[in-house]
Design a protein around this ligand. Structure first.
Ligand code: SAM
Ligand code: DTB
Ligand code: SF4
Length: 329
């Protein structure tokens, strides 16, 4: 079956609710058609500008509306960022994602500095991704000219549930930024979070929105909520592993060529649980040298631990810029 952009909710619901082991088998089969199943891409997140964000995303440690453990920090300098990226590369990382706690990009000297970081980290031979909030088409073009490989902008949840989680921007704002990135050759990274209190129907609706974008996002991060003290979602219950596996498998089947990234919350999973996620079609992880993802609130496994895990599973790290496998069938 080829790649489709006309998925109906009922079809996605049927896939999501398939008997679990059958679902994993189907997802694993699709995964093998479109990707080298031995390879996992390891990514490193760098928070280039931390905290003090004016948005009210209810899950986020960096929103200025909530009292969290995060201390706001000014934009990092280029040398610091390049050093972290170099270190990451030596540890098998092939993609670096630079995150800024901004509502949107402004055309100021800070953006110029970010463009410089993109140039220098790209020159190291790494895939560079940025996640800087909302973006105009002109700004997307400037990032493209600097060599940016991917832009991350998550839908997070369904259109219906969105306003329960975030009130300071709309679902259409989100889709519009993705559209602006699509006017360039920068690839799109867009996914969501499990555990916001959403229903299975919300998960299906979000997957439908993503899978009916044409082309599909090249990268789909599946985050598991990291319950951050001080945020409105601090007391949300943990997401059952079976929901994580179902979400990954469904994303894999309906967006077969995309990279499906097992993102935030992975530190909570055992090796056995992560093995199931990889079987279900996840082919990327975030790994770290400082023990956390973007902020101190969310743990992330270390480079060495992850290298050992991948070795145990008989997997290898994917080099930068390795595209999807040619489909032979
Ligand atoms: N400010 C930019 C934006 O929102 O587009 C970029 C940074 S933001 C930290 C990137 C994504 O990280 C969010 O869209 C969300 O999916 C994920 N994220 C943030 N906090 C999280 C948490 N506590 N648990 C799980 N995922 C989280
Ligand atoms: C994504 O979907 N997950 C990453 C990346 N894109 C930017 C971010 C996870 C953030 C985890 C929360 C924290 O570290 O505070
Ligand atoms: Fe700001 Fe992004 Fe956090 Fe929302 S998710 S509060 S936009 S840093």
């Amino acid at each position: 079956m080829g790649i489709r952009y006309d998925w109906q909710e009922a079809e996605i619901r049927a896939i999501y609710n398939t008997a679990l082991l059958e679902l994993i088998y189907q997802a694993a089969s699709v995964h093998r058609q479109y990707h080298n199943p031995r390879q996992i891409q390891v990514c490193k997140l760098i928070s280039i500008k931390t905290g003090g964000c004016p948005e009210d995303c209810s899950y986020c440690a960096q929103s200025s509306r909530y009292q969290t453990e995060v201390k706001p920090q000014a934009l990092l300098d280029k040398e610091t960022v390049v050093n972290i990226a170099q270190q990451a590369k030596q540890n098998g990382v092939s993609r670096v994602c630079m995150g800024a706690a901004w509502r949107e990009v402004r055309d100021n000297s800070q953006f110029d500095q970010v463009l410089d970081m993109v140039r220098e980290v790209t020159a190291l031979g790494l895939e560079v991704c940025c996640t800087l909030g909302m973006l105009t088409e002109v700004q997307a073009k400037r990032l493209e000219e600097a060599g940016l490989y991917a832009y991350n902008h998550n839908l997070d949840t369904s259109r219906n549930y969105y306003s329960t989680i975030i009130t300071t921007r709309t679902y259409d704002d989100r889709l519009n930024t993705i559209k602006n990135v699509r006017q360039t050759n920068v690839t799109v990274c867009s996914g969501g979070i499990l555990g916001l209190g959403e229903s299975v129907e919300d998960r299906i609706a979000m997957l439908q929105t993503l899978a009916n974008l044409c082309p599909h996002p090249e990268s789909v991060p599946i985050n598991i909520l990291s319950q951050v003290k001080g945020t409105p979602l601090e007391n949300q219950p943990d997401v059952p592993i079976w929901d994580v596996v179902r979400m990954i498998a469904t994303a894999r089947i309906i967006m077969p060529a995309a990279d499906v990234r097992l993102s935030a919350g992975r530190a909570k999973l055992s090796h056995v649980e992560q093995a199931l996620c990889f079987l279900a079609g996840a082919n990327s992880i975030f790994s770290s040298d400082n023990g956390y993802m973007l902020t101190v609130t969310t743990p992330c496994p270390g480079y060495n631990t992850d290298q050992e895990m991948l070795k145990l599973f008989g997997l290898e790290v994917r080099p930068a810029f390795v595209g999807q496998k040619q489909v032979t069938a």
